[in-house]
Design a protein around this ligand. Structure first.
Ligand SMILES: [Zn+2]
Length: 479
């Protein structure tokens, strides 16, 4: 049973959620019809993109001395209750599991890594294993009260990575914190080709006792902000709850300092929605399951000849580690194939027809710029490599900056702020950073929030209290 949406029915991106749901179905990223709210089925093409991204972050983490582990899905209830403040804040979202035959044996289903990991960290630390630097990529489960949207807000949060570290000193933890920021920048800029927004979370919004956090944000085509990963300096807040301490040579007890960092499929929400146009998705080359799609354009009489030429160029590309495939199907026209692979966002298309067999060139189409080139056969590998490694990532990255800039407008007061938001954008404003003014911003209208402090500064007056400040924030609707 296939969802009844045809490529030509892709809705406009201005109706974002409608567009999002359609493009995920037509491009065969996921199947949304699984009958449990907040869950979906990953389809082969979508799953390959997701796993390519996972492979990239695994490589980066390992290179930085962060090793992969796996913690069980079941978390003992007493572990979850160890940190009362955390438990109180989280319990509405928790799922409990028990054996069918014994309702008294209850487990929390992993909502996040801390409650499962930190009691075990305590054992490892007693065995002298410090620093600890680990990560896992798993599903986490939260009974979301808010409206769910596939990959944006789910109840099963799939392919969620969490890095958790524990250190002897504050300085060592801070160094690790900066490393995680660098890793995240690399994922965003080099792999996803996006310049995200970074914001520093004010102290009163981080977990009591924690030192601070940097949150990443992206803006979606409808002008809503999406929190997209965070790097958290937990300080000693959790270490004190979970007894993570070490004893120095004088026998003195010191609590550990901790960092935790996480994100997951939401990276793809940004990549899919920012790098897309009226024709569909544009997958960043590094995570594209197919980087070059070869479309043979043949009739019955020249089919063999043209397919041979297509296979020849495919083999050459594959020998150069370029992921190339041929769409040999006969039941659909080349035009339909162009359509389908454009919606799926394959970065490059090579068209092989009678002319390409007889003359010394291939026709190459670049999905991002929608440009066609005739390239001499012996230069094709170099040309394609340059597109995949340099030209396309650069174009996508610059476009992401433009996309974000066009969505942000400076506002001097609340009226201007509301006008900007009403027009589907995000307002940049001066804000003193006080808790009172933060709360007042969320009282302006339901669903409107300020993110933390932007890393850039500008002299001005807080739009709420009018006090002089050089700090800035973004105000908008949030997912
Ligand atoms: Zn203020």
């Amino acid at each position: 049973m296939k969802e009844e949406i045809k490529p030509e029915e892709l809705p406009s991106k201005s109706d974002f959620i409608k567009w999002w749901n359609s493009v995920l179905s037509i491009a065969e990223i996921i199947d949304r019809r699984y009958p449990v709210k907040g869950t979906f089925v990953w389809l082969p093409y979508g799953l390959k993109i997701m796993k390519n991204l996972v492979k990239e972050w695994e490589k980066l983490f390992e290179e930085n001395g962060i090793q992969e582990v796996y913690f069980p899905l079941f978390v003992p209830l007493e572990f979850a209750k160890k940190n009362e403040e955390w438990f109180e804040g989280f319990k509405e979202d928790l799922y409990l599991a028990h054996p069918y035959t014994n309702e008294n044996e209850k487990y929390v289903i992993r909502p996040t890594g801390e409650p499962a990991m930190y009691p075990i960290f305590a054992l490892w630390i007693k065995e002298g294993k410090l620093p600890i630097k680990i990560f896992q990529t798993v599903s986490s489960f939260r009974h979301e009260g808010k409206t769910t949207h596939s990959m944006i807000r789910d109840r099963e949060i799939t392919f969620w990575y969490e890095i958790h570290t524990a250190h002897r000193t504050k300085e060592e933890a801070e160094e690790e914190f900066n490393k995680h920021l660098k890793i995240n920048d690399e994922i965003w800029e080099k792999i996803l080709c996006i310049k995200p927004i970074k914001a520093e979370k004010p102290k009163y919004l981080v977990f009591p006792g924690a030192e601070g956090a940097i949150e990443y944000y992206t803006i979606l085509p409808d002008g809503r902000l999406l929190e997209n990963g965070s790097v958290n300096n937990l300080g000693q807040a959790y270490a004190k709850k979970f007894d993570l301490y070490w004893i120095d040579e004088k026998g003195e007890k010191h609590y550990c300092w901790q960092i935790c960092t996480g994100n997951g499929a939401r990276y793809l929400v940004a990549a899919f929605s920012i790098h897309s146009d009226e024709r569909g998705l544009i997958i960043p080359p590094k995570i594209a399951p197919i980087q070059v799609i070869i479309i043979p354009i043949f009739k019955k009489e020249n089919r063999e000849k043209i397919l041979n030429e297509a296979k020849k160029i495919k083999d050459v590309l594959i020998n150069h580690q370029i992921k190339a495939e041929i769409d040999e199907r006969e039941e659909i026209t080349p035009g339909e194939k162009f359509f389908i692979w454009e919606i799926k966002g394959v970065p490059i298309r090579i068209e092989i027809g009678e002319e390409e067999v007889n003359k010394n060139f291939y026709t190459i189409f670049r999905r991002d710029k929608k440009e066609r080139y005739k390239i001499e056969k012996e230069k094709v590998v170099g040309f394609v490599k340059n597109l995949l490694e340099i030209e396309i990532p650069k174009y996508l990255f610059e476009n992401s900056i433009k996309f974000m800039q066009e969505k942000i407008q400076f506002a001097n007061n609340i009226d201007e702020t509301m006008e900007i938001i009403k027009n589907g954008k995000v307002a940049k404003v001066n804000w003193c950073g006080s808790k009172k003014c933060y709360e007042d911003i969320s009282l302006i209208e339901k669903g409107i929030e300020a993110i933390g402090f932007l890393l850039e500064q500008k002299e001005g007056k807080c739009i709420i209290c009018g006090s002089k400040t050089n700090r800035l924030t973004l105000i908008g609707r949030v997912y």
